[in-house]
Ligand binder design. Structure first.
Ligand SMILES: *Cc1c(COP(=O)(O)O)cnc(C)c1O
Length: 445
């Protein structure tokens, strides 16, 4: 992935445009999201905090629902919950009619807690354990995506006689996506799914099974894709496997990129869905059912992170250190993802600064060379487009308490996840000399 950014400071309007739709500056020039002033939110909920504009989240889901209804009615959008596995977010998206993609027991538990319809769950994972597969089968998960031959062995053991579990087979489409290597999943040698000769053998096994019903195929080429061609090539690769019948299911995965910086120009949801459905018309049976699994593109732009500047150090380039960092946003460190930022009360303009985190790593740099106008300690700093893979990858490094999630709508704010407490950090400690410890070693004689 090429990381580009404009060197010149951005006008305020460009910056506001990266925040959730409906965001604006008030009379004092302060950023307002979901009708709430960011400084008020920082005051009330503390920092760092993840702020979600609920209307923007719903509207994005509706874009998917509308585009699919217009171009391929026999279809379903499924939220890849790993992008933002927060119960309240999953609840909103299921209310909008989406199914839920889960990878593993924890995400399955979150989807169920959010009230997701088990029939609309799609269970993923390249290393699903017996425990997780049993959980999926017992839950009545609508679809399990078989990744490998061992999944088939396990499911043959776990699905009770007389029952039938619907499955899809994950195929490596052999498509190279122009994204960071850590986000590409559809290339030859990928750890996800089976390459074609092996996939054909697995399909034959599944067809012969009386407990597993092979409904169709799955492919996912990667994440943060900023062009449509690889998506069309993946549909072609699935079509080339053929022989699944007129009403087979084709799950085309997720991966649509989002606009993190001024220079990103991702396809719209409409363009993306049109690409997939055009390719499906050319390559797949007319009666096929299509699933798509957007994650990042559903949630990223609906949220932002608020920090407070703790110290501002002069130097070759001004360093602005905030009270969060790689504990709440690992995207810059894992994928080299570029973000933008602004002082909430002084939007636009300013000289390039390095926005750094509070963690004991030099790699804990959130944004290099980001223009901030006259940053001072105590300022609220807002980083837009943090709805995807930030909450999910947040961690307790340096004893960081994971941030709260706050929903804003029409001027009211409500916390849907509270900030972790120091007690939370110690909660799993087993008391020294306690009963639990003694029973754990009881088998040692
Ligand atoms: C991660 C993932 C997605 C979602 O990808 P995004 O880039 O967030 O849209 C969809 N399907 C599968 C199988 C995934 O692993």
């Amino acid at each position: 992935m090429t990381v580009t950014h404009r060197p010149a400071p951005a006008p305020a309007a460009d910056l506001v445009g990266l925040f959730p739709p409906g965001s604006h500056l008030d009379r004092d020039g302060e950023l307002v999201v979901g009708g709430c002033r960011l400084t008020d939110l920082a005051e009330r909920f503390g920092t760092p905090a993840v702020i979600v504009a609920e209307t923007a989240l719903r509207e994005r889901a509706r874009q998917y629902v509308r585009a699919l209804a217009a171009h391929w009615p026999n279809s379903q959008a499924v939220f890849a919950s790993k992008a933002f596995p927060c119960t309240a977010v999953i609840r909103v998206l299921t209310e909008e009619g989406l199914g839920v993609d889960v990878a593993g027991g924890g995400e399955l538990a979150a989807a169920l807690a959010a009230g997701a319809d088990p029939a609309r769950l799609v269970v993923h994972g390249n290393a699903k354990t017996d425990e997780e597969l049993a959980m999926a089968v017992e839950t009545g998960a609508g679809t399990i995506v078989v990744d490998n031959h061992d999944d088939i062995d396990r499911l043959e053991r776990l699905v009770p006689a007389g029952a039938e579990q619907r499955v899809l087979l994950r195929v490596i489409p052999d498509v190279e996506a122009d994204t960071h290597a850590a986000m590409a999943t559809g290339h030859r040698g990928s750890k996800f799914g089976l390459a074609v000769p092996d996939a054909v053998r697995a399909a034959a096994r599944l067809r012969a099974s009386d407990r597993l019903r092979l409904e169709g195929l799955h492919a996912h080429v990667g994440s943060q894709l900023l062009e449509t061609a690889p998506f069309a090539r993946a549909v072609e690769a699935l079509g080339a496997l053929g022989e699944l019948g007129e009403h087979a299911v084709y799950d085309l995965g997720g991966g649509l990129g989002v606009r993190y910086t001024y220079d990103d120009a991702p396809p719209s949801v409409e363009e993306y869905v049109r690409t997939l459905t055009d390719a499906a018309r050319a390559q797949l049976p007319k009666g096929a059912r299509l699933l798509i699994e957007p994650g990042r593109s559903l949630v990223a732009g609906a949220a932002l992170t608020l920090y407070r500047a703790v110290t501002v150090k002069p130097g070759p380039r001004t360093l602005v250190a905030v009270d969060g960092g790689m504990g709440d946003n690992l995207e810059p460190m894992l994928y080299g993802q570029r973000f933008e930022a602004t002082v909430a009360t002084r939007v636009g303009g300013g000289a390039p600064c390095d926005l750094v985190g509070r963690h004991c790593e030099s790699g804990d740099t959130l944004i290099r060379g980001v223009p901030l106008r006259d940053p001072r300690p105590g300022d609220v700093i807002a980083v837009p487009v943090t709805g995807a893979y930030c909450y999910s990858l947040s961690n307790n490094y340096n004893g960081a308490r994971r941030p709260p999630v706050v929903f804003c709508h029409a001027g009211t704010a409500r916390e849907v996840v509270r900030r972790e407490t120091y007690e939370d950090l110690l909660r799993r400690d087993v008391p020294a000399g306690g009963e639990a410890q003694r029973t754990a070693v009881a088998g040692d004689g």
